[in-house]
Design a protein around this ligand. Structure first.
Ligand code: ADE
Ligand code: ZN
Length: 332
């Protein structure tokens, strides 16, 4: 069995705010004099038990208030990329959520400058490239998302696309049609969380109404054979996050995860980490957990890594380079 931390891979479902490790939360709270309701590290760690998506969102939104300065946003990126690169991640299309930062008074430009400076130094130090996707919170209004998209455009934000995250149930894709239409006019890539907690219909709606190019999670599509067929035929990528799905109780155990069924059905499945500081592992750990649970061969692991390259928004030349790095990994 080959070492999966050396398998070259692309991370396509990663929330930068979800990479804040508990130690860093407390360190930044001290540095920035932010009051948090935790007695100590042990108390904070004890809260990483989730019953569903919302119970996790409550914690991650409370913790991201420690991000205050440009340096904090820069450090967030460099710490994450150092860890990801050690696990074989060669390129990341990372989510960040501008709305909660701006809503608590952090200027958008500060967030963007911090992320950009972190990306530049991370690329220099590790050779791992990072592109940004701005995610809108689906439990906030479409008007607010439209205003944020305009602000991002005005700021010349270095983003390659938009996404949709936060509470899925009760906030269907249809609510954001105008935002996605505008993003299309701006030439941005479009992805959205769908079918995490929201059922197969949420995936179909996101494809039909938001014209998304990739589905984030999408595991509930397993309940709709016609949708499975559609995803396979169209080659629509799914960015799955197995350890996240277990921790948020979207599946009972990893052995119940539908990823193997999607592979079997010919769907372009990828493996990602979502919010690694909260769900027990970065990309390589998710790959390892799948191998340990399903007994996947090195060939299957390489196939999953190739899928991550194919599903990315990288230019063809870089895709070809990364695919040959994967060929070299399997050949040794
Ligand atoms: N924000 C961060 N991680 C998320 C997830 N898995 N689903 C929805 N919103 C999120
Ligand atoms: Zn996510």
């Amino acid at each position: 069995m080959r070492d999966l931390s050396t398998l070259p891979k692309v991370e396509l479902h990663l929330h930068l705010e979800g990479t804040l490790e508990p130690e860093t939360v407390l360190e930044l709270a001290r540095r920035n004099k932010v009051e948090l309701p935790y007695a100590d590290l042990e108390d904070l760690r004890g809260r990483y038990e989730f019953t569903d998506l919302q119970s996790f969102l409550d914690l991650i939104y409370a913790n991201l208030t420690v991000l205050q300065t440009e340096e904090d946003f820069s450090d967030l990126v460099t710490a994450y990329v150092a860890r990801a690169a050690a696990g074989g991640v060669r390129h990341v299309e990372a989510f960040f959520d501008p709305q909660p930062h701006v809503a608590r008074g952090i200027p958008l430009q500060r967030v963007l400058d911090g992320l950009a400076s972190g990306i530049a130094s991370a690329e220099r130090d590790h050779g791992t490239t990072v592109e940004l996707i701005a995610c809108f919170h689906r439990d906030r209004s479409e008007e607010e998302a439209l205003a944020m998209l305009a602000a991002l455009e005005e700021a010349g934000a270095p983003i390659i696309g938009i996404g949709l995250d936060s509470a899925e149930v009760g906030n269907p894709p249809a609510k954001f049609q105008r935002v996605y239409a505008r993003a299309g006019e701006l030439g941005l890539h479009r992805v959205a969380h769908a079918g995490e907690e929201g059922g197969a219909a949420s995936v179909t709606e996101a494809l039909d109404l938001l014209h998304i190019e990739r589905v984030d999670h999408g595991i509930q599509a397993i309940d709709d054979p016609a949708l499975m067929d559609r995803l396979a035929r169209a080659g629509t990528p799914l960015t799955m996050c197995p350890l996240s799905n277990v921790r948020l109780r979207c599946v009972d155990t990893l052995a119940d995860h539908p990823l193997p069924a999607f592979l079997e059905a010919g769907v372009l499945v990828t493996v990602n980490s979502d919010d690694p500081a909260y769900f027990g592992g970065y990309a390589d750990t998710n790959y390892e957990a799948l191998r340990a649970t399903f007994g996947f061969s090195d060939e299957v692991m390489a196939r999953l890594a190739r899928n991550s390259v194919t599903a990315s928004f990288l230019p063809e030349g870089r895709k070809t380079e990364l695919l040959s790095e994967i060929d070299a990994w399997i050949a040794t």
